[in-house]
Design a protein around this ligand. Structure first.
Ligand SMILES: Cc1cc2nc3c(=O)[nH]c(=O)nc-3n(C[C@H](O)[C@H](O)[C@H](O)COP(=O)(O)OP(=O)(O)OC[C@H]3O[C@@H](n4cnc5c(N)ncnc54)[C@H](O)[C@@H]3O)c2cc1C
Length: 382
């Protein structure tokens, strides 16, 4: 049974690891990715705010050695879901099972003026470039805003606002600076009223102005103003934006998407095509786009593939559960425990914020890097 895993992010790495652990050299799994290595989403914030370095947070695929797994560094050019064939710039691959784990692409140019007049902090290049911009920041009005939905890791703009507040305070820039946070949700973390209340109280205490149900539709770089979804304008000195997200074009061209994303069975992660699964940000499975959910879905898909390899019935189904860490500034971290089940309102609770959870978050990262890459990593900061 030939298994092709497209994309070695949170979802793809988890599937390859679980199946390699279970079947060793008997496995025939090919993992394809175009990037140099894996970088946690939260590591982008660490680099941007000068808490870590690009080299420290990059986990190179060249270091990935797993029995039964062949890593192919290549760009996927087309996916034929009926014939189960994939073409890449390193050749063509046939498979019995395909897992699409290609994540979400970012499109900063879709927001007029963003590239010319602002900065996006969601791509690796964008976040890493902001390291120098923030190091040179000498005060002013900062807008942190979302430009379209859906977007990855919905708490990340709130974390960015709190870390920006730390930076401004530590540099003694408070008297000439202010922060506005603009997100499409009414509250920062809709599934958890408790987490939202604590965040809103914290924003108020730290003088961060929160604007819910607001998107930034465009920037006017000549006047340094952001155009808001409600029709108003907001002036800024520094604009940090979450760019538009799209399914990778190769996934759209394969005919896998409906309304922009790949529909899957929310319990089994099967697509409409037999033998083709999809996990993580590329799907419209109903959970937020976040690594912890991609990982949870990957566990179910690995289990179902393993059952198929063993010729038994799979019994594990996806439960929509995830545990996300949230940077709170002031050297504290919180943990949000959320569950999304189709047809039911999402439920969530908050643990912390607490300085003790900083170690918890570091362990979250280091255990995954150890399992996926077989190496020690001392966590979020250098
Ligand atoms: C600032 C920020 C902070 C975040 N913080 C958190 C957090 O604290 N917790 C959390 O759970 N999530 C967080 N996230 C979200 C998290 O990073 C993503 O949701 C997660 O990585 C999605 O996993 P995935 O496997 O679906 O896709 P990805 O991890 O994005 O992997 C997709 C892979 O596909 C590859 N690929 C794409 N197209 C091609 C192609 N044509 N050919 C070959 N390879 C291709 C890419 O190179 C990539 O490696 C954060 C994101 C950001 C931006």
């Amino acid at each position: 049974m030939r298994i092709l895993v497209l994309g070695a992010g949170f979802g793809g790495l988890e599937i390859a690891t679980l199946l390699s652990d279970e079947f060793g050299a008997d496995l025939d799994l090919t993992l394809i990715d175009k990037s140099e290595g894996f970088i946690f989403g939260f590591s982008k914030l660490d680099v941007m705010f000068g808490r870590s370095t690009p080299d420290h947070v990059l986990h190179r695929y060249a270091e990935l050695v797993k029995p039964g797994v062949r890593f192919v560094p290549a760009t996927i050019r087309s996916i034929d879901v009926s014939a189960k064939r994939v073409s890449t710039d390193a050749g063509d691959f046939g498979a019995d099972i395909i897992v699409v784990a290609l994540g979400a692409d970012l499109d900063p140019a879709a927001t007029p003026g963003l590239v010319e007049g602002g900065h996006e902090f969601y791509s690796v290049a964008g976040a890493f470039a902001l390291r120098d911009v923030l190091a040179d920041f000498s005060g002013g009005h900062v807008i942190i805003a979302v430009t379209s939905t859906p977007f990855k890791c919905p708490p990340a703009p709130s974390e960015t606002a709190l870390l920006m507040h730390d930076l401004i305070t530590e540099r003694g820039l408070s008297d000439r600076s202010s922060i506005s946070l603009m997100v499409p949700m009414a509250v920062p973390i809709p599934p958890s009223p408790e987490a939202s209340r604590i965040l809103l109280d914290t924003f108020a205490e730290r003088g961060i102005s929160f604007h819910g149900e607001t998107l930034v539709r465009g920037l006017d770089p000549d006047r340094n103003v952001a155009r808001l979804s409600g029709g108003d304008e907001a002036p800024y000195d520094l604009f940090l934006g979450v760019p538009a997200h799209r399914a990778p074009q190769v996934v759209v061209d394969a005919g896998l998407t409906v309304d922009g994303w790949v529909p899957v069975d929310p319990q089994t992660l099967e697509t409409a095509y037999p033998g083709v699964y999809a996990v993580g940000d590329v799907t419209s499975v109903g959970t937020p786009k976040a690594g912890v959910f991609a990982e949870g879905q990957a566990v179910v898909v690995a289990h179902r593939i393993a059952a198929q390899l063993r010729g038994v019935d799979p019994d594990r189904r996806y439960d929509g559960h995830g545990l996300c860490y949230l940077e709170f500034g002031n050297d504290a971290v919180a943990k949000v425990d959320v569950t999304f089940v189709a047809g039911q309102p999402p439920a969530g609770s908050l643990i912390g914020p607490s300085p003790d959870l900083v170690t918890d978050k570091i362990e979250f990262g280091s255990t995954r890097i150890h399992r996926w890459f077989g190496k020690q990593w001392d966590g979020a900061t250098s």
